[in-house]
Design a protein around this ligand. Structure first.
Ligand SMILES: C[S@@+](CC[C@H](N)C(=O)[O-])C[C@H]1O[C@@H](n2cnc3c(N)ncnc32)[C@H](O)[C@@H]1O
Length: 370
């Protein structure tokens, strides 16, 4: 049994925890920053392939109390890294340190790197080289309250990089944040959904992929763990079988999903991204201000503009508020980076969930319009 850690964007831990439990992962625990779970190695592979909300999947290699640089070096060397890393491969080490005697994360990463490469050199007579951008093996060290946890990153590229977003409009949502928002919105994955300010289409594309049961990692050629020395033919066959099993689980369920925006240029981008993702969306050029309830109970999930764009049109939140209030029977989820939207809607949100979009503190406002 391995202990894994699925890292999350701040405030999406609850959604990630739900997702992993629903996916049948074991010993899933709600925790700040990310979600630990346990299982065979194949469960780590499956999480890389299946999770829509995790940023990365890490596997724990060891834990040790550490207060000095020498202890850090010895604790790193006490772990056997040589099954994963040879002198012909590349390595990177990064670190987060909080509340500990050793404070400098760059220095900690350097000592850990020294210990790992020394271990490989003692065995093989040669050292692996360092590649910070695209290493074969990534080591993460988390030092909290003088206790070091050493992880290997299984993902490689962060999991939110699904590969379908060739281009993006202004302020695109990270795909994993969009997936978390959809889960938090309470959408049932069957009823009609619209993003009337879709930009590059992230929410609508994630919604279509989620509804169809398409594991997001199926679109990716290779994960970090597939570059480890330990990943041989037997493992490659097992991963291929796992991919096949996940492909067989695709239901192909296609609820009506509409992606609309006022900007025709950005809709071309959304259309191209949806094509790469292999899904069909109904794409409409229209202003959200022309949206009408049509007797169908729909879910609206969107991320309206904020900042500079709004300064030119300060009436927009009030106009949008009027539109939202007339969407009788709809469920509405708005990721808002400014207070003006909540004020303008004039209804108490059913839920108001703090979230962070890039460096902007936001709230996800959820309404059930009567
Ligand atoms: C923050 S961006 C959305 C980003 C999107 N979630 C993504 O991931 O790319 C806001 C979008 O609202 C659109 N927008 C602004 N005013 C609008 C209006 N009146 N009707 C429809 N869309 C509008 C903009 O064109 C922009 O694409």
């Amino acid at each position: 049994m391995q202990e894994f850690y699925a890292s999350a964007i701040r405030q999406t831990e609850g959604a990630l925890c739900d997702e992993l439990r629903e996916g049948g992962f074991k010993s899933v625990r709600l925790n700040r920053g990310g979600i630990p779970f346990r299982g065979e190695w194949s469960e780590g592979w499956r999480a890389c392939l299946q999770s829509r909300i995790a940023q990365r999947i890490l596997v724990l290699m060891g834990r040790s109390p550490v207060t000095t640089a020498d202890q850090l070096y010895d604790a790193t060397r006490a772990i056997d890294w040589t099954p994963y890393l040879t002198s012909e491969q590349t390595l990177s080490v990064s670190c987060v340190a909080v509340g500990s005697t050793l404070t400098h994360s760059g220095f900690i990463a350097l000592r850990v790197k020294d210990a790992v490469v020394d271990q490989v050199r003692d065995l093989e007579g040669d050292r692996p080289s360092i590649d910070k951008d695209d290493p074969d093996v990534r080591v993460f060290v988390y030092l909290a309250n003088d206790k070091a946890s050493f992880y290997l990153d299984m993902s490689g590229q962060p999991l939110h990089m699904r590969g379908y977003r060739a281009r993006s409009g202004e302020a695109p949502l990270r795909e994993s944040l969009a997936a978390a928002i959809l889960r938090m919105s309470g959408w049932d994955r069957q009823s009609a959904l619209i993003d009337p300010m879709c930009g590059s289409g992230t929410l609508a594309i994630e919604a279509a992929l989620w509804a169809s049961g398409m594991a997001p990692g199926l679109a990716r050629d290779r994960f970090g763990f597939e570059r480890w020395a330990s990943h041989g033919e037997k493992e490659a066959l097992e991963v291929r079988a796992l991919r096949g099993a996940l492909r067989a689980e695709v239901t192909g369920q296609k609820p009506a999903i509409v992606a609309a925006d006022i900007d025709s240029g950005v809709l071309d981008i959304a259309r191209a991204n949806a094509k790469i993702a292999g899904i069909k969306l109904a794409i409409r050029e229209q202003s959200v201000l022309n949206l009408q309830a049509d007797g169908v109970a729909r879910t609206l999930v969107t991320n309206p503009p904020y900042g500079r764009r709004l300064e030119t049109d300060s009436n927009f939140p009030d106009q949008l508020g009027t539109v939202i209030r007339r969407l009788h029977g709809w469920r509405v989820a708005i990721l808002s980076g400014i207070d003006a939207y909540e004020k303008a809607i004039h209804l108490p949100p059913k839920h108001k969930i703090p979230l962070v979009n890039g460096d902007v503190d936001c709230h996800l406002l959820i309404y059930e319009i009567e």
